[in-house]
Write a protein that binds this ligand. Sequence first.
Ligand code: 5GP
Ligand code: ZN
Length: 112
Amino acid sequence: MDCLFCKIAAGEIPSNKLFEDDRILAFYDIDPQAPLHFLVVPKRHIGSAAELTAQDGDLLAHIFATIAKLCAEQGVEKGYRVVTNVGEDGGQSVAHLHFHVLAKRSLAWPPG
Ligand code: 5GP
Ligand code: ZN
């Protein structure tokens, strides 16, 4: 499948990695929107959060626990935001599930 994040997850396209294991990869966003901005993706292709099922519960728990660990390692002390965009109105530009992690600045709400 011609999918950018599948290729990054497989190491076919280089990325600036923070963490990798058999199931997930965390890497810095190429166009950061906060002083700390990284993405976490499953290695298995999932198109978006709209395709998740109850079978993905362990994977999601692993992703969120890893995000907490990475934020602590990166010295995040005042909180962070986890975002996953879905579809056109959600602002999704890469059709492979990814969680944005944004930190080290105060983030506005509501988003634009
Ligand atoms: P989306 O718009 O789908 O929510 O998020 C896609 C994100 O992927 C964007 O923040 C964009 O900057 C990032 N991105 C797109 N292409 C690449 C790439 O080749 N490498 C990295 N590290 N990030 C990318
Ligand atoms: Zn993919």
